[in-house]
Design a protein around this ligand. Sequence first.
Ligand code: ADP
Ligand code: ZN
Length: 684
Amino acid sequence: MAEESKPNKSGKPNKPNYQIWIVTAIVAVVVGITFFSKSGSAVVISYNRFEQMLLSSDVAKVVLVKNQDVVEVTLKTEALANAKYSKELENRGPMSLPGGPHYKFKIASIDKFINDFDEAVAKMSSDNKIGYEIVERSDFTSMFFNFGFIILMVFLFWMLMRRMTGGGGAGGQLFNIGKSKAALFDADSKVKTTFADVAGLEEAKEEVKEIVDFLKKPEKYTALGGKIPKGALLVGGPGTGKTLLAKAVAGEAEVPFFTLSGSDFVEMFVGVGAARVRDLFKQAKEKAPCIIFIDEIDAIGRSRGRGQMPGSNDERENTLNSLLVEMDGFSTNAGVIILAASNRPDVLDVALLRPGRFDRQISIDKPDIIGREAIFKVHLKPIKLKSDVDSKKLAAQTPGFAGAEIANVCNEAALIAARKNKKKVDMKDFQDAVDRVIGGLEKKNKLISPEEKKVVAYHEAGHAVAGWFLEHADPLVKVSIVPRGAAALGYAQYLPKEQFLYQTEQLIDEMCMALGGRAAEEIVFGKISTGALSDLERITKMAYSIVSVYGMNDKIGNISFHDSKQSDYNFTKPYSETTAQLIDEEVKYMVEKAYERTKKLLTKRREELNILASELLEKEVIFQQDLEELIGKRPFENQTTFEAFANGQSKKKKTGKEKIEKLKTEVKTEVEKEEEAKPASKEG
Ligand code: ADP
Ligand code: ZN
């Protein structure tokens, strides 16, 4: 999501703050009532002081307020003239009652007071003796406190409602929930992002340039009778720069930019989402030409009747309908262009993708090594760098990173360097930052016994050696056994091939590499550990995909049980019980075979395994170059250097880039999606 600042999130001028007024009013009433209440202004004294007053015969009346455990004391009129009383009574404040009570004190228990009082009175001369009254008082004050409690509850409830209906802005939200919450960047808070800030994404930029053109010179298109598109859908994973690109379009075209997230429409009140959509479009039309950017449009645009229990979410449907109505409603020449972002276009309602709505899809992929270098260059610009920082190397060391993660690495590196009081940021800081972004904070004091450390070292070495000697496995970039984060005791980072079709051998090799950790543990220690959990999870998913999704298994045949239209709540399997059994058997057989193969490989390469593990134990981190020195060159061609990669890419570009694009979206596989979710750290 956009990390840049959003001016005044609610996009509205602040209203007078009602809350403050309400709080003030409540306080004022409490103070006032306490002031006017009968004993409110009496001076508080101790029992001993009272006894002195009593013994000096200054007391006219004693009232015991039973339900409050308070005794009120009224002095004789002649005693009031006495300086020792008049001084302190003067300070009682303007509202004090001249008739008293003048003093009061709290008692621990009524019985004790009566005892003490009787004892004291017994000491007095008979004509001065006084008694006491007992009253029970439900005065205005206590009534108020009961009543006030209710007011307080109502107030708190009101606050809660405000929170739920969006908070953010000023008070009075309850009356504003139908208003759109889009943040607006208009003429004053102009969008300053331009295409220069968006690195890579050349094809996507090419596509949106047309939109910029529409916004700048609509006449050019409408004069010829053409229709300006209403919307475009930016499709890509999180952090790939969708928001950034949308903003850049607004920046280049110099038009206002409304931005909000699909989830902003989803509220607990019926009809709010639809009202917000209408309000948004009303505002936008006033500011036209302009751009509306709806982030995470899947929050409202999920296909109707899908991924939900029947009838569960009419509200979202209403919102979606009103969005469709609004999109159809304004004329194409109104100059409002809607950009929406989603990372799952497949779940979107088909109605959204129809001509006249989001009829253009612009795919934004995770950057390849060249794209990453370009993004690094953008984000390295503001950082003071030492000369050893090389954006090409950084790009090679961050496979699978999206733009947001790269921005994060650059920022972390600067922070790490600052923490060490360095004048400039060097390569080591960047490497630490990469580790940190992948694995979380380094746990310096996480206690790991030497035995455990050894197991982790062999486990990771197992992955590394297996990957090194399996032809189709991704070459390793780095192994680390520095404990990080909550779960990971170590991790290995690979350079995934930037490819979109996998052959069976490749998948099998991947599987063997993932099994390398567990196999190494068994070979070396004769025991296995729980450390392979995430490896096994991946392997199992992969194996099931191979058999039942990609039709790559001989016994099952060229059959896929994957249903791209399938709802998320589908409990019936599209195959018979026999097939289910066969699938399970085949998966089991495949994994077993892969495990045997890995064990055989690692037994043969036991020497290399030992070398790597002991090196890891000593240094904790191993890079690819070290690997070559330690166990020799990889016996296969590998594209890990920047140049080799760049060459390969440009060749590919010449040969039917279009075709590859198409295939990519069509054959995008489940396994790949898995990889994308957690590409860089195939941890073990
Ligand atoms: P998305 O909307 O796709 O989730 P964003 O556009 O919010 O991602 O990207 C988050 C941040 O990542 C941006 O603010 C920017 O700093 C960085 N970023 C992402 N992609 C790029 C890119 N292609 N060039 C430069 N910076 C990028
Ligand atoms: Zn592992």
